[in-house]
Design a binder for this molecule. Structure first.
Ligand code: ARG
Length: 303
């Protein structure tokens, strides 16, 4: 299995989605209750003006709604114990990336977080994975490069292929290690707009053939790569992608779970034959996150 990293369209010669081996669908979602969730410092544009502004009781109710939505869509939810002092731990997409190797081994690549306030989250999730028999992989020590897990590395639905974003939170120098850990090729995308600081804020695969993106988040070469691979590309306008974080939706089977009110995007999803389940994640959008980053997709046998 090749572990090539593709950065430009001309490098895709010989590559086709059809030739990518199948990758099983997620079997569970890992979530972390927002017991200690708060906005304490501004790490992304959404957090500006929101320091101390989280209504924790409301956040808890919204989080339960997201958890129920995953469950109802057919994905059982596992939980990790929240750690005091880790105010962003509820965004459990970021401190790791879970997946399968070609032989079915469950591997979690651990994140190397850009912001010091998030670094201890990684240890907590490492413990969680190890206790359940996953192999964990740390990036090579001694490098200052960062990688923010499934916030910046998104599996292609049903295919052994990763889409990886860099520019704000993750460094492309880490991608070869990630490709090797999963024995999976990577298509590398450059993010150029600080409001879309993680790949999962502007790129949401809907099916094997269709993706939802916010085009202004990417450089031209990245848009070319997306258009080359996905036969169907639908776009989120600035209002839906920004204020409503519509590209941070999560698709489970044929159901898209998405922040409520992103009407243009929900209509695209309905037109593609997906079911739409709207949830309210307004308390999490204050911190720059919505449905996708409140969970980590897990693979393989039950955990
Ligand atoms: N406040 C968190 C941060 O800035 C939000 C992370 C949201 N996660 C995501 N994958 N978009 O790190």
């Amino acid at each position: 299995m090749s572990v090539k990293i593709y950065r430009r369209v001309h490098e895709l010669q010989g590559f086709s989605l059809k030739n990518c081996p199948a990758m099983p669908a997620p079997t569970a979602a890992l979530m972390c209750p927002p017991d200690h969730y708060q906005v304490l410092a501004v790490k992304n544009p959404y957090m500006s003006g929101q320091v101390g502004a989280v209504d924790r009781a409301k956040a808890r109710r919204q989080w339960e709604q997201v958890r129920e939505a995953f469950d109802a869509a057919g994905l059982p939810v596992e939980t990790a114990t929240p750690v005091e002092g880790l105010e962003d731990m509820t965004f459990c997409a970021n401190p790791s990336l879970a997946g399968l190797r070609p032989d079915g081994e469950r591997v979690a690549v651990l994140g190397a977080m850009r912001h010091p306030s998030r670094r201890r989250e990684v240890d907590a999730f490492e413990t969680w994975y190890k206790a359940r028999g996953w192999r964990t992989v740390r990036l090579k020590p001694g490098s200052h490069h960062t990688f923010e897990g499934s916030g910046d590395a998104v599996w292609h639905p049903g295919r052994r292929l990763l889409w990886a974003g860099h520019g704000f939170r993750s460094d492309p120098e880490t991608f070869a290690q990630i490709a090797r850990a999963f024995e999976t090729p990577i298509i590398e995308l450059k993010l150029v707009n600080a409001r879309f600081y993680h790949l999962d804020t502007c790129f949401c695969p809907l099916t094997t053939e269709a993706v939802l993106i916010h085009p202004a988040a990417f450089d031209a070469a990245s848009l070319e790569l997306i258009l080359k691979i996905f036969p169907i590309v639908v776009t989120a306008n600035e209002a839906d992608a920004g204020a409503r974080m519509a590209c941070n939706a999560a698709v489970v089977g044929r159901t898209a779970i998405i922040q409520k009110g992103a009407t243009t995007v929900s209509n695209h999803m309905l037109a593609l034959g997906l079911g739409v389940c709207e949830v309210d994640t307004s308390e999490f959008i204050k911190s720059g996150g919505s449905v996708y980053c409140l969970k980590q997709f897990l693979f393989g046998r039950r955990h």
